[in-house]
Design a protein around this ligand. Sequence first.
Ligand code: GRF
Length: 190
Amino acid sequence: LKLGVMASGSGSNFEAIAQSIQDGHLNADIQVVIYNNPDAKVAERANRFSVSSVLLNHREFDSREDLDQAIVNTLKDHQVEWVIMAGWMRIVTPVLINAFPNRILNIHPSLLPSFKGNRAVHQALEAEVKITGCTVHLVVPEVDSGKIIIQAAVPVLEDDTVEALQARIHAQEHQIYPAAIAIAAIQASH
Ligand code: GRF
């Protein structure tokens, strides 16, 4: 599987996927990492794994569609087959989605369809649920929707904080994302 990873921040999910490939657990190659924020730590992680990284700074594009067209061009230049959104904090448009139909995955820090959007961990605490988690799903134009590939449950503890809960969710994300890529590829081949 030829993967292209899109990340805006720390890139710990990128690293979990790259490590899984290096360890022989996931049969794939990361062709390129695209990041949109010049300070994103994911670029250093990509260097460590000798993966090429490309900065496409959203501030330098006039519209979401223009940014997404540049992303599509970069992914195609690198022969990418599967697009892995791993903490990509920009809303994507049909320009990207239609270029890779049913071949884009995203990870979200809740048990979808609960707590869509970018405050998912806060919302789980505010709702006082006892169990939350993370979801890998196919990307469709509607944000945080699309077919669910895999989920992991994470308990909410007594006196939990956003930071502590986030960290426990992150640990589960790192477990499920490499597996989700393999499962999605098998499902797509049927
Ligand atoms: C993850 O919590 C993911 O669920 C959310 O963004 C975060 C990315 O973390 N969409 P990282 O950059 O992979 O460390």
